[in-house]
Design a protein around this ligand. Structure first.
Ligand code: AHR
Length: 654
């Protein structure tokens, strides 16, 4: 909701019980920043990759499995009384995909039988082109029918016939297209493949790698879901950390997210036993990550496996070299020229141009798993060995140590490395930590951050809050402001985790929630705060005078040479509005600025509920004029966030 109000109306409402806050912003004396520091971490948690950003519609498309997750028929159903079972045909579709689905007539031969998939808890069916394929083994003379249909009414929205090329001893790929004539009324739909059992030898066929994609973000093959990618793009992200997170580390040394397993044709991707409780397809692989970053114009922070896994086991020093070589190969895949060993593999996969990569993070949260041994080995040999090898090969790469000076038994980050701090906090904690980085010379990223626990609660011993909630979002904004005040040394601020499939999640606080139905893609209260903060990047901080608490603020110059002030108002005396005066040194009387004010629901625990679709965040935009001393006057209600910027579209559009 966006409201435009006049300054006069705001002034008229100003009946205040609390003392005014006078803020003066100096014209010089601050620090240059990287300017574009907002972004996010993506790893596959909460079905945020498979069943989330990755646009594949078929769940369990290739019956992939691992130690923890046996091959199963999850998401598959028989059609017309067929017998369906997991098979291990010889030959297999590939070494990587040995399991398949066998579909067999249950009674007398003949009749149309088949199997259907319920998607990631539903399939969004719209009047658009769906591109699909499936592999078959077994003699079959006849046609396959592929269709998108309602799971509730059996209404068929699109159907197509595919002439069989299937033979006895080989796997043969079949391609299809479906264009529904109308939108389905809801996402309770399935994708089915049927065939005439009479045409199949023994009435039975094996199928594997059954895939169906809607149109994708920027039209990429094997690409991303448009509505989710666009909701992320609207956050103005410029920094992208991947692929984890705990996912990168994996459960044990044999089970980390090995980037090599994620390259090339889908039939050669064996999948990954995700540490978040489900088998992954690895369809969203390293190249897909790189292309997504490219499409979103984001600078990358590539996480490389460091020899520590979540079971706390560590690769010993004398066995570490192969892992370092692996990381060097991975970097070469990303940014090596097309004639290099791994750069040529990237070129073969369709991307001859090297990607830009200037930030590499060694591992993830090294202070956590296997503490204190894991942390000590990181400090003693793992970080130095990785860092020296990467810097020797790529002197321009900035190394990020996955830990900070503030973690338990914190690290003296060796130069020239950068630290990484992960504050998952109660909202009050962001006030308590407001000055945390003021005197830290070592550059850091805030590689994962959000308000996760309610004030007064028992923190990690209890549960995460169920949704981003308004007071949590405002507390989080105070955190963002504290980082921006130190933006010469805080190079990036990244939200994590960003996505949560409403049907299966392990971590409830995310910036967006989603399900099969795009109508349920929900921008949380955090989303509105991050969008506003990131929309006004500061390229140089400016010294600000003014009393902190209940107002927390930062000011600086923007790329357009305008001046910007960002503030959050937390607990006020008797919940009264706070009158604010922001004076910019050197700003002439009559200069205009746009004030964007975010206010929340009456209930500070209010949240954006995907079920109601109601946005509890109100956005008010007002054009203010500077007084004699270059001062702008306005009010901020308790629990609100504001940005005042002398650059705005109307003034600068001519
Ligand atoms: O963001 C969720 C998890 O929190 C990440 O995987 C991990 O790095 C952190 O502990």
């Amino acid at each position: 909701m966006v409201f435009l109000r006049s300054a006069a109306l705001i002034a008229a409402c100003a009946v205040s019980l609390v003392s005014a806050v006078d803020i003066s912003v100096q014209a010089t004396g601050g620090n240059k920043t990287r300017a574009y520091q907002y972004g996010f971490l993506h790893e596959d948690i909460n079905n945020s990759g498979d069943g989330g950003l990755y646009a594949e519609l078929i769940r369990n498309r290739a019956f992939q499995y691992g130690e923890k997750f046996p091959a199963s028929l999850e998401a598959w159903f028989p059609v017309n009384g067929a017998n369906i079972s997991i098979s291990h045909p010889k030959p297999a579709l590939s070494d990587e995909l040995p399991a398949a689905i066998n579909v067999k007539s249950s009674g007398k031969r003949g009749g149309q039988i088949g199997f259907a998939n319920e998607g990631y808890w539903g399939i969004n069916v719209k009047k658009q082109k769906y591109s699909g394929s499936f592999w078959v083994k077994g003699t079959y003379k006849g046609q396959f029918t592929a269709s998108l249909q309602s799971a509730l009414t059996d209404e068929v929205f699109a159907s197509t016939k595919i002439k069989s090329k299937a033979v006895a001893d080989e796997w043969v790929e079949h391609k299809l297209e479906l264009i529904p004539k109308k939108d389905a009324p809801n996402s309770n739909n399935t994708f089915a493949i049927t065939f005439n059992a009479a045409g199949a030898k023994d009435g039975s066929l094996d199928f594997n790698l059954i895939s169906l994609f809607p149109p994708t973000y920027k039209g990429r093959k094997n690409g991303m879901r448009i509505d989710i990618a666009e909701a992320l793009e609207e956050l103005h992200p410029t920094f992208f950390r991947f692929p984890g997170g705990n996912m990168l580390e994996g459960d044990n040394i044999d089970n980390w997210w090995d980037w090599k397993d994620t390259l090339g044709p889908l039939r050669h991707r064996k999948g990954f036993q995700n540490t978040w409780g489900y088998q992954m397809t690895n369809g969203f692989g390293l190249l897909e990550y790189l292309e997504f970053a490219e499409d979103m114009n984001m600078e990358m922070i590539l996480g490389v496996y460091s020899g520590l896994s979540l079971d706390g086991n560590v690769v010993p020093e004398d066995e570490l070299q192969p892992w370092i070589d692996d990381a060097l190969n991975q970097i070469e895949f990303v940014r090596g020229d097309a004639n290099s060993t791994w750069g040529s593999k990237r070129a073969e996969l369709g991307h001859p141009e090297p990607f830009k990569l200037e930030f590499v993070e060694i591992g993830n949260e090294e202070w956590l798993a296997g503490y204190p041994h894991g942390w000590e080995t990181y400090k003693q040999y793992r970080l130095p060995m990785f860092m020296d090898a990467i810097r020797a090969a790529y002197p321009d790469i900035n190394i990020i140590a996955s830990g900070s000076v503030f973690d338990q038994n914190g690290i003296d980050i060796p130069e020239p490395a950068i630290g990484d701090y992960h504050p998952y906090r109660k909202p009050d904690n962001f006030l308590e930590e407001f000055n945390l980085f003021d005197n830290v010379a070592t550059p850091h990223i805030i590689g994962e951050v959000s308000s996760t626990h309610v004030n007064g609660g028992i923190g990690w011993e209890g549960q995460l809050a169920k949704w981003p909630w308004w007071i949590g979002s405002v507390g989080g904004a105070i955190g963002l402001i504290s980082y921006e005040r130190n933006a010469d040394r805080i190079l990036g601020i990244l939200y994590a985790p960003i996505l949560r499939n409403l049907e299966r999640s392990q971590w409830d606080i995310t910036i967006l929630q989603h399900a099969a139905d795009p109508a349920l893609t929900t921008r949380s209260t955090d989303w509105y705060i991050w969008e506003l903060m990131a929309a006004h990047p500061i390229i140089e901080t400016l010294p600000v005078k003014g009393e902190l608490d209940p107002l927390f603020f930062v000011a600086g110059k923007t790329k357009q040479d305008s001046l910007v002030w960002k503030g959050a108002c937390y607990n006020t005396t008797e919940h009264a509005n706070v009158p604010v005066t922001v004076s910019f040194e050197g700003v002439a009387a009559g200069t205009q600025a746009e004030l964007t004010l975010l206010t929340g629901p009456k209930d500070p625990y209010g949240y954006n509920d995907p079920k109601t679709g109601i946005n509890v965040v109100e956005t008010t935009k007002t054009i203010l004029e500077a007084g004699e001393d270059g001062e702008f006057e306005f009010e901020m209600p308790e629990l609100s966030v504001a940005v005042l910027d002398t650059y705005f579209e109307d003034t600068y559009s001519e």
